[in-house]
Design a protein around this ligand. Structure first.
Ligand SMILES: [Zn+2]
Ligand SMILES: [Zn+2]
Length: 70
């Protein structure tokens, strides 16, 4: 597969949209693996701090329900 930006050989795939990116164009973005509510009614999330991100897509659209969390 080739990089979305420059068409060189890709080294990673965006965790959010699946575009391929090379080492020069890869970016990092926190990625929420899983969210849950504890027995004390707190919302918690398991997050990867530096997941691969292509720089093109808009990952904010995905975790919709987070807006209502305290
Ligand atoms: Zn590239
Ligand atoms: Zn992407």
């Amino acid at each position: 597969m080739e990089c979305w930006h420059c068409e060189r050989t890709a080294h990673a795939t965006c965790r959010f949209c699946g575009r391929a990116v090379c080492k020069a164009h890869v970016q990092k973005m926190p990625f929420i693996i899983h969210t849950y509510r504890t027995t004390t009614d707190e919302y918690k999330a398991i997050v990867v701090a530096d997941a691969v991100y292509c720089g093109e897509c808009d990952p904010k659209k995905d975790p919709v329900l987070l807006q209502n969390m305290e």
